[in-house]
Design a binder for this molecule. Structure first.
Ligand SMILES: NC(=O)c1ccc[n+]([C@@H]2O[C@H](COP(=O)([O-])OP(=O)(O)OC[C@H]3O[C@@H](n4cnc5c(N)ncnc54)[C@H](OP(=O)(O)O)[C@@H]3O)[C@@H](O)[C@H]2O)c1
Length: 283
């Protein structure tokens, strides 16, 4: 039976990939740093395996007899040569046949982003791969920005009046599962966006109408930095967010592709649907 190892298994996309794979005829394992807490989070039906990108002692057991790997780069690991490549070398040695990698929109045009380096490294190793180059996740709004929206009624981020082609991680996971299970996606790269590009003013209006309380978009750069520092986020994470929101402010995050729709045979989920489904996060 096909054996699939899912990294980032406790994260936004990995959890959803695991959930969807449950209904398919394959052996699925969640590669996790802390099996006890992960088991609690993921439920007893999911098989967990200890795995840490930064601990080579975990590699042999985790990759044993694995055919396919869903690869998520943990956001904190930016040194690809030291922190990601050793695990990929081990995957190659163990005979992993196909990697589906959660990449970022535009990785092919920006050789400096970590995702671009990972794509090149996988190609160098000669492992068959599918790159899922994703737009900005809707779920950032119920994680990183949750408290601002819930407590202060504010969507605080410096994206100006730029549009973003938000994608729901549930759609990314559905595409990931399809590309893991069907061999025809090997050697392909997909640019995954939602079907609409919205400004944060428009997003705030959608929140206001669905939550039934006013949510205001505040594009102040200084207030954003101060608030992020107050919430204890590390400075390099804040810098990454600044780059992402500057990209949106410059009008470079609104590109819409048809890849998600073609791969799912349906329209991508809308931000309105997302806010309705996740509304308890902000109430
Ligand atoms: N957010 C966006 O809008 C966006 C858009 C495009 C691409 N991306 C990319 O998507 C990726 C993040 O995906 P996500 O949001 O699904 O993940 P996430 O929710 O940030 O979760 C990160 C995962 O990585 C695991 N992890 C952390 N350090 C690890 C280590 N040393 N070894 C093994 N696992 C480790 C965490 O496990 P623990 O439970 O052990 O902490 C967790 O499961 C990033 O590469 C990001 O750049 C994000």
């Amino acid at each position: 039976m096909l054996k699939i190892l899912v990294t980032g298994a406790t994260g936004n996309v990995g959890q959803e990939v695991l959930r969807l794979l449950q209904s398919h005829d394959c052996n699925v394992c969640a590669a996790v740093r802390n099996p006890n807490s992960a088991q609690h989070l993921l439920g007893s039906n999911i098989q967990t395996i200890p795995f840490d990108f930064t601990n080579p002692d975990t590699f042999d057991y985790a990759f044993f007899q694995v055919n396919k790997l869903f690869l998520v780069r943990p956001p904190a690991l930016a040194n690809i040569r030291k922190q990601i490549a050793p695990a990929l070398n081990a995957a190659k040695l163990a005979g992993v046949e196909h990697i589906v990698f959660l990449s970022i929109l535009g990785a092919e045009r920006n050789p400096f982003v970590p995702h671009s380096q990972i794509e090149r490294y996988i190609n160098q190793l000669g492992i068959k791969a599918t790159f899922l180059r994703c737009s900005f996740f809707m779920q950032n709004l119920n994680t990183t920005h949750r408290e601002d929206i819930k407590v202060r009624g504010e969507l605080l981020l410096p994206a100006g009046n730029g549009k973003t082609s938000f994608i729901d991680v549930r759609d990314i996971a559905a595409v990931a599962v399809r590309t893991l299970l069907e061999d025809e996606h090997q050697g392909r790269a997909y640019s995954l966006t939602g079907a609409e590009a919205l400004t944060y003013y428009e997003v705030a209006n959608i929140f206001t109408s669905i939550l039934g309380k006013p949510i205001r978009y505040n594009p102040s750069l200084l207030k954003f930095i101060r608030q992020m520092r107050l919430s204890g986020l590390p400075i390099d994470f804040i810098l990454v967010m600044l780059v992402i929101y500057t990209t949106a402010r410059l009008g470079l995050a609104g590109n819409i592709t048809s890849d998600t729709e073609q791969l799912l045979n349906r329209s991508p989920l809308t931000i309105r649907q997302y806010v309705e489904d996740y509304r308890q996060f902000w109430l």
